[in-house]
Design a binder for this molecule. Structure first.
Ligand code: NDP
Ligand code: A1CAB
Length: 278
């Protein structure tokens, strides 16, 4: 049997994303035994809930745990990063890995805010990390050692699948993998509402729509073109074509593109770098 290595990871920020990541990481059967510490700004109820749910250690002041951590995950809002990074500057050790999940923050922004040579990564997970089904984007800095690359791979593996990419790609794809689950849930809610309007029990409506989305997602992951898959559904002269025509007339794809653009612009605007330049 593999001997597990104990690695201490400190989450600064104990909100929705941190919770999902901790959940994904502790349920993983990897080569690392994560010793998880979590800190936030002031919400002690949230910390207590995480301790109860995942047997992690709550830390009142992240500075007390940061020096002993092997990996530090910044899971607080983008506009809080400058404060925390300024505090990390003087206590960080060269062998530590610092990973941020903040929208818009940028790998280069992270590196610039820490001492030269700091080992940094920028991850963009989504909330499905909590069940090990995230698609996580990750840009990895040049100074990351093999040991920390292995730790990063284990984190990413616990969250689900990952796409190692450039910093620019994380910016571009934030809407598409980080935020778009929220778009998908809106789509699901609209279909659920239609089902319940036909008198279907809400619980049944959830299962009907959820299984439909799961099946569609699994078909996509076979590698087939979405439009080819849509064509399979669309019986010539049949019913689906009428629905698709309405989506076309009402510019469904254009609306989604506008949502993607608005999301990515907002992410960029939230980064401390853009606040400095404003
Ligand atoms: N939610 C999502 O699906 C995704 C979120 N992200 C990123 O994750 C980060 C967190 O988002 P989310 O979890 O949704 O937000 P939440 O509001 O749920 O959580 C934010 C957390 O950060 C803590 N916090 C705020 N300021 C500080 C500070 N100065 N020092 C220490 N802790 C602080 C808060 O503590 P307290 O409650 O005490 O104020 C809270 O625990 C963001 O950067 C976001 O861009 C990335 C991908 C997906
Ligand atoms: O809403 C947000 O800002 C974060 C970034 C990606 C998903 N949620």
């Amino acid at each position: 049997m593999n001997k597990l290595t104990k690695v201490r990871v400190l989450f600064i920020g104990a909100g929705r994303m941190a919770r999902a990541m901790v959940s994904g990481m502790v349920r993983q059967q990897g080569t690392i035994d994560w010793e998880v510490h979590v800190a936030n700004r002031s919400n002690s109820d949230r910390l207590a809930e995480l301790v109860r749910a995942f047997d992690v250690k709550a830390v009142r002041d992240w500075r007390t745990s940061a020096q002993q951590a092997d990996v530090i995950v910044l899971a607080m809002p983008p506009d809080e990063h400058h404060k925390v990074l300024a505090g990390l500057w003087s206590i960080i050790r060269p062998e530590q890995l610092v990973a941020s999940v903040a929208a818009g923050i940028g790998l280069s922004g992270l590196e610039a805010a820490l001492p030269q040579g700091a080992q940094c990564a920028w991850m963009m997970p989504n909330t499905a990390a909590g069940i090990g089904e995230s698609m996580t984007l990750c840009a990895i800095g040049d100074f990351v050692t093999e040991r920390n690359r292995h730790r990063l791979d284990e984190i990413l593996g616990g969250l689900g699948r990952s796409f190692i990419c450039t910093e620019q790609q994380v910016h571009d794809l934030t809407a598409i993998t980080g935020s778009a689950p929220a778009f998908a849930f809106q789509f699901a809610k609209a279909l659920e509402d239609s089902a319940t309007q036909f008198g279907v029990d809400p619980h049944d409506a959830r299962n009907l729509v959820g299984q439909m989305m799961l099946g569609a997602a699994k078909l996509m992951l076979t590698g087939q073109e979405p439009l080819a898959l849509a064509a399979e559904v669309t019986t010539p002269g049949g019913a689906t074509a009428a629905g698709l025509a309405v989506l076309e007339q009402t510019h469904f794809a254009k609306h989604l593109q506008a949502a993607v653009d608005a999301t990515n612009s907002r992410a960029r605007a939230l980064s401390p770098k853009s606040a400095e330049n404003a």
